[in-house]
Every structure is written in C-alpha cells, then in structure tokens.
Design a protein around this ligand. Structure first.
Ligand code: KG4
Ligand code: ZN
Length: 342
C-alpha cells in the first residue's frame, strides 16, 4: 500500500491531494483540494504569473494541511511526496516543488518530481484503469496536443497547435467580444443562443497531413467579422460564438478521426482508445463531435470526471505513484533507503 501526497502549482490552481494505492494499482482518492485563483486574475482578463506565484505562497500551506486533515493521514504515514516540476509558470512551480521537497526531507521519504503533462496523460489510468497504449487529446488553456501514450514514460507527440492553445483561443475570443474570463464557458453559453451557420470561419491547417492545428487565425477571423458588424449586438456575439465553436469542433473532430487512423496503423490488433483532458474537454459541442467521430472509428472515448481533467493534485500524486511503483518493482528496498545517509 502506498500513501502519496501530491502538490500542483504550475498555473493558477493551488492544489494538494492524498491518494492510497494498493498492490494491484487500485486507487482511492482520500482528499483532492483545489483552490482556483480565478478571482485573483479576473480583473486582468488572464493569468498574471507574478500574482499566481504570490498567491501560491500564501495559499499552499493551508491547502496541504486541509488535504492531509481531510484524508486523515499523518505525515509519518506518507510513502512519498510528488509535486509538479514543470512545465508551467516558474514562480508557481518553485513554490510547489520547494514545499514538497521540505515535507519529503522532514519526513525522510522520497520526493517524486512529476511532469505536469504526464499527470494529465495518466489520469485515466487512475479513474478508469485504462491500459496502454492509448491516445490522449489534451486541450487546456496552455496546451493543445495529441499524444500517443505507449507506456509509462513513453510518450510520442503526434500533433500540436502551432500557435494558440484551444482554451487560449476561447479566452481571447471571449475577451474581444466583451465576454467574461474564463472565456470557454462564456463562449459556450453564448453559442447555445447563436446560429453557427451565420459566419463562415476558416478551418486552419486541415488541408495538411499530420495532426498539427492552428487557432490564432480563427480568433482573428472572429475579430474581423465583428469589426464589420459595428455596433455588435448581443445576437451577433451569440452567432459569432456559435460559428467559432463550430469551427473548433470541426478541426478537433477531423484531427481526431486522423488520430484514430494513425492509432490503427500502429496497433492494428488493439481497439483505439482516446482520453480527453484539460478544461476545454468540458465543452459539450466538442464532446458530442468527438463521440460521433469515435463511434465512426469503433473507438472508445474516455473522459475522466471534469474535476480530474482540469489541473489538480490527484493526477500529480497518481503519476508520482506510477513512477514509484515501477521503481519499487525494480528495487523493493527503495522506500526504506531514505535517511541511511544521515
Ligand atoms: O485545464 P484548465 O482548467 O487549465 C489550464 O489551462 O491548465 O483549462 C482552462 C481552459 C481555459 O482556457 C478555459 O477557457 C477553457 O479551459 N474552458 C473551456 C470550457 N471550460 C473551460 N473551453 C471551452 N468550453 C468550455 N466549456
Ligand atoms: Zn494542465
């Protein structure tokens, strides 16, 4: 049995979680505390790195304390501490990693440095016991990419955005149309009241092979269309949001179809699976489109619960646990080795 404390501070969520994992890899989330700094960043229309770093300093101790108390676990019961070591906003990463390092040193247990993207990549193994290999579509404010997850530590990026992340495009589109931050939910809400056929927006890069995407031009096309409509009525905003969302769903749908084909070429005997993660995975129109494409390709679409798809510390603790389990399998004495040097 492993008991792991996870810490996540790479962007604007201050988060800590405690997991218990048994011999067979079955996981119980004992606590999963996430403080979103939306209120701190809303006045600026986006995440301000300096403000995020300072907020992490102020909040993290209390969040870790809350996670430990909710889990009813003593520090001395922990097997290891895992923390995001990057990629991310460096100020926040330093706060989380140094806190984790201090706890690990104080209790004389291993510190596991986790790559944030590996945390997203492995989440569905915690929630749905998904077996390797599988596709991952990570669509958040900072990342937009297709990964082939072959095994623990073996990831191949099949395609990525060449400019804005999808969430970023949603946020920027919302801002230019006068909608609140974060833009994704606001654009989705407006799109429900709009007509997606009113504006013919571009579907960038779809004529190219591979899985790369581009969203900066789409956002600019929304701006150009809005400028032609001055003054912009509420219905115009709704129609622009609906047309924008439709274009994004089209791009992601077509790229996902190609991703399933690539998976089948690589693994002809394995039914294709795709895990979706990141804040944009909450978008209903995009999910519906992905489900249609998956059905057409006899593929399985796995969407972990929203709270575990957006930034959280349970996924970091889990990725740390997967790494630790592999190390323990290779050398069972590793958990007792700490402290022998003092
Ligand atoms: O994964 P996440 O919570 O944080 C990181 O970016 O790491 O993703 C946040 C992003 C934001 O850009 C937000 O606008 C977008 O996800 N988002 C959405 C929706 N909910 C959140 N985008 C489209 N539709 C949504 N319903
Ligand atoms: Zn993330």
């Amino acid at each position: 049995m492993l008991t792991i404390l996870g810490i996540e501070t790479s962007c604007d969520e201050t988060a800590a979680a405690v997991l218990e994992i048994d011999q067979d890899g079955k996981c119980v989330i004992l606590s999963n505390v996430v403080h979103s700094q939306i209120d701190e960043h809303t006045p600026f229309g986006g995440v301000v790195p300096e403000i995020a770093a300072r907020a992490h300093i102020q909040l993290l101790d209390g969040i870790v304390d809350q996670a430990m108390k909710t889990a009813n676990v003593k520090y001395s019961d922990l097997s290891a501490v895992a923390a995001t070591a990057g990629p991310g906003l460096i100020g926040g990463v330093i706060v989380g990693l140094m806190t984790a390092k201090s706890i690990a040193m104080a209790i004389d247990k291993p510190l596991i440095a986790v790559n944030h993207l590996e945390g997203h990549a492995l989440t569905a193994r915690m929630t749905d016991q998904v077996e390797f290999p599988f596709l991952l579509l990570l669509v958040s404010g900072g990342h937009t990419q297709y990964l082939l997850v072959k095994a623990l530590g073996e990831y191949e990026r099949l395609g990525t955005t060449i400019d804005d992340a999808i969430g970023e495009a949603f946020d920027k589109t919302a801002k230019l149309l006068g909608l609140p931050y974060p833009g994704g939910p606001a654009v989705e809400k407006a799109a429900k009241l709009g007509d997606p056929t009113v504006y013919k927006l571009p579907r960038p890069l779809l004529d190219r092979p591979g899985l790369d995407m581009s969203f900066a031009g789409l956002k600019t096309a929304v701006r150009t269309a809005a400028l032609k409509e001055e003054p912009v009525s509420e219905q115009t905003v709704n129609n622009l949001c609906a047309s924008f969302q439709e274009a994004v769903a089209d791009v992601v749908g077509k790229r996902s179809a190609r991703a399933f084909e690539m998976f089948k070429e690589r693994y002809p005997d394995t039914p294709p699976k795709m895990v979706i993660a990141g804040g944009v995975a909450a978008n209903e129109a995009i999910r519906i489109r992905l489900n249609e494409v998956a059905a057409e390709h006899s593929a399985k679409l796995i969407a972990p619960p929203h709270k575990l798809c957006t930034d959280n510390a349970a996924m970091i603790a889990w990725a740390g646990a997967e790494r630790l389990r592999k190390l323990v399998a290779e050398d069972p004495s590793i958990l007792e080795q700490n402290g022998k040097g003092d």
